[in-house]
Design a protein around this ligand. Sequence first.
Ligand SMILES: [Zn+2]
Length: 207
Amino acid sequence: MPVSDFWRDIMSMNLSKEQIQKAQDAAVALLERHGVSNRVAFDVQKLAEAERFDVYDADFGSPKTFGAVWINDAEGAEGPEGGHREIFVSADLLSQKRRKVIAHELGHYALHSKKTSVGNDTCFEFNRIDKAVENLPPEEQTREAEADCFARALLMPSVLLKNAWIVYDRDHSNGSMTFIDYVSWAFDVTRDDAKKRWNECLTLSLA
Ligand SMILES: [Zn+2]
């Protein structure tokens, strides 16, 4: 199966401008918290680890399952030291897809995990196995689209994308490489995500 088909089933719905903005704000907050908001093609696994996630390669036994996130960091929850935060990524994926899956799972953490307070601690809870499943309930479709939108904003911050446009226009626009090709190469993302992210930035810039 072509990798771009992985996400097509569940990612076809359009988010509102407000939903895109919310996902982007959460992505920017995470990047800024770890000082990587100005780095192109940063190490997203290191970012996840800095958020105390353990990231594992997994064999899901199905080409339609590409990632999972498992969070329950409340004290007393199951896990080696009580709570745990885990991301599983299909071991078959190449860099572009692998980064996307980790970023997508971080999107669930940032946008969808249930937060509870225990004393002075904020605890998070969320579990999801990400499969390309048709006919997800609308609420789940929205959640998946939001996590995807978050992932693109994390991997392609708008400021860096605007810089990329300037560099492309100056240095590369005379060749055969399109801007989307350039973004895909420079940011280590799929062409499909580069295109979607550009559209999302245009949506946000519209009054
Ligand atoms: Zn998901």
